[in-house]
Design a protein around this ligand. Structure first.
Ligand SMILES: *[C@@H]1O[C@H](CO)[C@@H](O)[C@H](O)[C@H]1NC(C)=O
Ligand SMILES: *[C@@H]1O[C@H](CO)[C@@H](O)[C@H](O)[C@H]1NC(C)=O
Ligand SMILES: *[C@@H]1O[C@H](CO)[C@@H](O)[C@H](O)[C@H]1NC(C)=O
Ligand SMILES: *[C@@H]1O[C@H](CO)[C@@H](O)[C@H](O)[C@H]1NC(C)=O
Ligand SMILES: *[C@@H]1O[C@H](CO)[C@@H](O)[C@H](O)[C@H]1NC(C)=O
Ligand SMILES: *[C@@H]1O[C@H](CO)[C@@H](O)[C@H](O)[C@H]1NC(C)=O
Ligand SMILES: *[C@@H]1O[C@H](CO)[C@@H](O)[C@H](O)[C@H]1NC(C)=O
Ligand SMILES: *[C@@H]1O[C@H](CO)[C@@H](O)[C@H](O)[C@H]1NC(C)=O
Length: 387
C-alpha cells in the first residue's frame, strides 16, 4: 500500500485530529521479541530459532488501539560474522525483518527497530555478557565505533522513506565506560542523519539503560548517564532517551515480585529530563501477574501520562516464541494475555485514542503549522518546501 492510499484509508481528517489533541503519550504498545532468540545458534532457522512477529498478534494489538511495536533483531544475524558489523547485510534475515516492520507500519503502527545487542558484537551466545564491546580499542576482536556507524547508515538508508519507523540504536549497553556509549551513540546519530533520515532516534545509556539508575554510577568507575549523555547532539533535534524499568529486587525483570514500587524510581530521572528539556521513551518494562505488580505497572503508566517528558512506552513483551515465559502478553497464548494486558495495559491504551497513525516519528508533539506540515509529509510521502 502506498503512503497516499494508506493515509486515505486511515482518514486524513482523523490523522490531523490525532495530531492536535489527545494525551501526551505519543507511542504506546508492546515489544515483539523473538528475532534475537536462540543466540547460541547463528544464523539459526527462521520460524523455529527466531521469528519477529506473529501477524495475527500484530493485528490484535493494532485493533486494540496500540500504535507502536518494538521489533527486536540480532546484529550477528543481520551482519554475518564473516563480514562483520557494518553495511554488508544477510539479505535473507534483513528481508524477514523488513517484512515484519512493514507489516506493522503499513497498518498504521510505528515500529521501533531494536538492535538487541547490549553494545556488543561477535559472540551473542551468552547475552547480555558475551561478545566484544563495540569500540573497545584494547580488544583486537572488537568492532569499532565506525563499524557501528556504518551499520546504522545502511539500515537507516533502507528505512529512510518509511516515516513510521523509529531507530533504536542499541538495547541495554552495560558495564562499559559511559563515555564510550556516548561516542557510539553520537556516531550512530551522525550516521543516520547524514543519510537524510529524519525519524525519531532512541538513545540508550549505561546500566542496561535503567531509568531508575540514570543519575547513578552503574559499574565500577563508570560515570552516571546523567553526567555524560548531556553531550548528545542531534542535528534534527529528534531524539529521546531510551530507558528500561523493572520492579523486582535486582531490577532485572526476572522475578515475579514487585519490590521496587513505582513511581519513586522515576522521580530523579524525570526531574533531570525536565531540567534539560529532554524526552524519554520507556521501551521496556514488565512485572509479574500479581496484585502488587498490577498496581506498580498502573502507577508507572500514570506517572508517564502525568509527565510530558515521557513520550511513549512498550511493554516487555509480546512475541511468537515465548512459550510459557512469565511476562508474555502474546494474545491468546501468553501467560499475561488474560491478566496484565486486559487488566492494566489495555485500559490505559483506551484513554489515549485516537493515537497518531502516520506522520514522521517525533521526539515530542509538534503543534501548529509545522506539526500539520510534518504530518502531511509523513502521511503522504511528500517533502514540503522549506520544512
Ligand atoms: C499466530 O497466532 C495464531 C493465533 O493465535 C496462531 O493460531 C498461530 O499458530 C500463530 N502462528 C505462529 C507462527 O506463531
Ligand atoms: C543468512 O540468513 C539465513 C536465514 O537465517 C541463513 O539461512 C543463512 O545461512 C545466512 N547466511 C549467512 C551468510 O549467514
Ligand atoms: C576491553 O578489552 C580488554 C581486552 O580484551 C578487556 O580486558 C577489557 O575488560 C575490555 N573493556 C571492558 C570495559 O570490558
Ligand atoms: C543516585 O544519585 C542521586 C543524585 O546524585 C543521589 O541523590 C542518590 O542518593 C543516588 N542513589 C544511590 C542509590 O546511590
Ligand atoms: C530476589 O528475589 C528472589 C526471589 O524471587 C530471591 O531468590 C533472590 O535471592 C532475591 N535477590 C536479591 C538480590 O535480593
Ligand atoms: C525545548 O526543546 C524544544 C524542541 O527541542 C524547543 O522547541 C523548546 O524551545 C525548548 N524549550 C526550552 C525551555 O528550552
Ligand atoms: C489502575 O488505576 C486506576 C485509576 O487510579 C484504577 O481505577 C484501576 O482499578 C487500577 N487498576 C489496577 C489493575 O490496579
Ligand atoms: C485466555 O483466554 C482465552 C479466551 O478465554 C483462552 O482461549 C486462552 O486459552 C487464555 N489464555 C491463557 C494463557 O490463559
Amino acid at each position: 500500500m502506498s503512503f497516499i492510499s494508506r493515509a486515505v484509508s486511515l482518514g486524513l481528517a482523523g490523522a490531523l485530529l490525532a495530531a492536535g489533541v489527545g494525551a501526551e503519550i505519543l507511542y504506546a504498545g508492546v515489544n515483539s521479541a523473538g528475532g534475537e532468540f536462540a543466540q547460541q545458534n547463528i544464523p539459526g532457522a527462521f520460524g523455529t530459532d527466531y521469528q519477529f512477529i506473529n501477524q495475527s498478534a500484530i493485528d490484535f494489538f493494532l485493533a486494540a488501539g496500540v500504535n507502536t511495536i518494538r521489533v527486536t533483531f540480532l546484529l550477528e544475524r543481520m551482519c554475518p560474522l564473516e563480514t562483520g558489523l557494518g553495511n554488508t547485510f544477510n539479505e535473507t534475515y534483513f528481508t524477514e525483518f523488513q517484512n515484519a516492520v512493514n507489516y506493522v507500519t503499513m497498518r498504521g503502527g510505528y515500529a521501533v527497530l531494536d538492535a538487541h545487542n547490549y553494545m556488543r558484537y561477535n559472540d551473542p551466545s551468552m547475552q547480555p555478557s558475551s561478545g566484544s564491546i563495540i569500540g573497545n580499542s584494547s580488544d583486537p576482536k572488537s568492532s569499532t565505533t565506525e563499524n557501528l556507524a556504518s551499520f546504522w547508515s545502511e539500515l537507516s538508508t533502507r528505512f529512510m522513506s518509511n516515516p513510521n519507523v523509529i531507530f533504536g540504536i542499541m538495547n541495554e549497553p552495560h558495564d562499559m565506560p559511559t563515555e564510550l556509549i556516548l561516542t557510539n551513540d553520537q556516531a550512530s546519530i551522525d550516521a543516520i542523519r547524514k543519510t537524510g533520515a529524519q525519524q525519531l532516534i532512541l538513545v540508550p545509556g549505561n546500566g542496561f539503560t535503567g531509568a531508575q539508575k540514570w543519575l547513578n554510577s552503574t559499574c565500577a568507575g563508570c560515570k552516571p548517564n546523567a553526567d555524560v549523555l548531556t553531550a548528545i547532539q542531534d542535528p534534527m533535534n529528534n531524539f529521546a532517551f531510551d530507558m528500561h524499568l523493572y520492579f523486582d529486587n535486582d531490577t532485572s525483570g526476572t522475578h515475579p515480585e514487585c519490590t521496587n514500587a513505582a513511581p519513586a524510581n522515576l522521580l530523579p530521572v524525570t526531574t533531570w529530563l525536565r531540567e534539560h528539556n529532554y524526552t524519554a521513551f520507556l521501551s521496556e518494562f514488565g512485572a509479574g501477574s500479581n496484585t502488587a505488580c498490577f498496581q506498580t505497572v498502573n502507577n508507572t503508566l500514570k506517572w508517564l501520562e502525568q509527565n510530558p517528558q515521557w513520550i511513549g512506552w512498550t511493554y516487555w513483551a509480546a512475541g511468537p516464541l515465548w512459550g510459557d515465559y512469565f511476562l508474555s502478553v502474546e494474545p491468546g497464548v501468553g501467560v499475561q494475555s488474560n491478566t496484565t494486558w486486559p487488566m492494566v495495559l489495555e485500559p490505559h491504551i483506551k484513554t489515549y485514542q485516537p493515537m497518531q497513525r502516520c506522520g514522521i516519528s517525533e521526539a515530542r508533539k509538534v503543534g501548529g503549522v509545522e506539526g500539520i506540515a510534518r504530518l502531511l509529509e509523513g502521511c503522504l510521502g511528500l517533502r514540503l518546501p522549506g520544512m
